[in-house]
Design a protein around this ligand. Structure first.
Ligand SMILES: Cc1ncc(COP(=O)(O)O)c(C=O)c1O
Length: 390
């Protein structure tokens, strides 16, 4: 039996997968089990921020595995202290909670917001305003937060008290804040809706979220699971908007390819989750923290994020030059293209057949290359894409 046949016989069919069996990777190139190479413009959906098997990252992870791989959260570890101190210092947040995924990071933010409100105002302020077309994860609470009807199926009943407003509809947002007045504890949003189709929020709208929430003592939760950790050329995408949300969630690229999810909170709400109110057995796994330290080391090297911005401009320009492309959306190395006539899913499959891994988001092609991608690799991948789009 082939790998694919054995896999399908034993793994639940919850994903639509391409017929590709990856065996290894080096830098920005993946290799399948027949030795065929693929330039990677997807980095495992924004996870392999330093590409495959970056030398320093591998060393950090292996050194930690040789020391110890896990301990319960009843004890302290230096690697966790190093990571959290580093992340708080880079982002300017006061404290963080350790989870293992984007959904877990968002679950934590949701619980934190509800408890913040409960502690201060008692019951009744449990509504969280989220945006239509958002994506916040696959657990029941984060699916409920997700503002896309297509996800609100089968698993009834969903978690209550999530109200969706249209992204970039400032009037709609204010009217929801007024309508639900003393019942709202948080507004949750992605600065660029990733799974929703690489759609950036307008600056005015984001400012209205920040100002409208601050006035009413409503927490702002910025889901930076996809946009964070340098992806848009700044460590956090919200920096482009000049706002400081009360809570920020990170995951994906934060530990360079090992599971992690983090919920950061500012001074106002960083002590809300007291002993026993939240937890996760694997949260803060030492190997993940070691991987995270290697990522933070690299991203905070002088000039690294400027280089991401420069490469992103080049990437964007190259995309815009392809005649079949009618528009480029997104920021930094989180880009989506609109196509004139071609179908994104078919182009994605054709790219794979020709040695290039890319992603789709709704009807767009989506690109989340490793932050370390080189100009040569961009050219190489772009040639494959342009030839297909001919
Ligand atoms: C913005 C955003 N939030 C949350 C998630 C969920 O993350 P995870 O799949 O790690 O649970 C994703 C995943 O794509 C995401 O893009």
């Amino acid at each position: 039996m082939t790998t694919i046949e054995r896999f399908n016989e034993h793994v639940m069919p919850s994903y639509g997968r391409y017929e590709l069996v990856l065996d290894k990777g080096e830098n920005r190139t993946a290799v399948d089990e027949n030795g065929r190479e693929y330039i990677d413009f997807g980095s495992g959906i924004g996870v392999n921020s330093l590409g495959y098997c970056d030398e320093k990252w591998v060393k950090a992870v292996c050194d930690q595995a040789h020391k110890f791989q896990h301990t319960s959260n009843y004890y302290y570890t230096k690697v966790q202290a190093d990571f959290s101190e580093r992340l708080c210092s880079i982002t300017g947040y006061s404290k963080m909670f350790f989870g293992n995924s984007g959904a877990e990071a968002n679950e934590c933010a949701i619980k934190l917001a509800r408890k913040y409100s409960f502690d201060k105002y008692g019951k009744g302020r449990s509504i969280i305003i989220t945006l239509k077309n958002s994506f916040h994860g696959r657990t029941l609470a984060t699916l409920s937060a997700t503002g896309q009807d297509v996800f609100h199926n089968y698993f009834f009943p969903f978690v209550g008290d999530f109200v969706n407003v249209e992204a970039n509809d400032t009037k709609g947002l204010i009217s929801a804040l007024d309508q639900y007045k003393d019942k709202v504890c948080a507004v949750m949003f992605e600065c660029i809706q990733g799974e929703g189709g690489v759609i950036p929020l307008d600056e005015d709208f984001v400012k209205t979220i920040a100002e409208g929430s601050a006035k009413r003592d409503i927490l702002t939760i910025c889901d930076e699971v996809q946009t964070g950790v340098g992806r848009t050329g700044k460590f956090l995408a919200c920096e482009h908007y000049g706002i400081r949300p009360d809570v920020v969630t990170l995951a994906k690229g934060l530990a360079g390819g090992v599971p992690i999810g983090v919920c950061l909170a500012n001074e106002k709400c960083c002590d809300v989750l007291t002993a026993g109110t939240h937890g996760s057995t694997f949260g803060g796994n030492p190997i993940s923290c070691a991987g995270g330290n290697a990522v933070l080391d690299r991203i905070s090297e002088e000039g690294f994020l400027d280089e991401v911005t420069k490469k992103a401009e080049y990437f964007r320009k190259k995309l815009a030059e392809i005649p079949e492309v009618s528009g480029v959306d997104g920021k930094g190395l989180m880009l989506g293209i609109r196509l004139k006539t071609a179908k994104a899913s078919e182009v994605c499959k054709a790219c794979l057949d020709n040695g290039l891994l890319i992603l789709t988001a709704k009807e767009k092609l989506r690109f989340l290359p490793p932050l370390t991608i080189t100009y040569e690799e961009i050219d190489k991948g772009m040639k494959i894409l342009a030839d297909i789009l001919k």
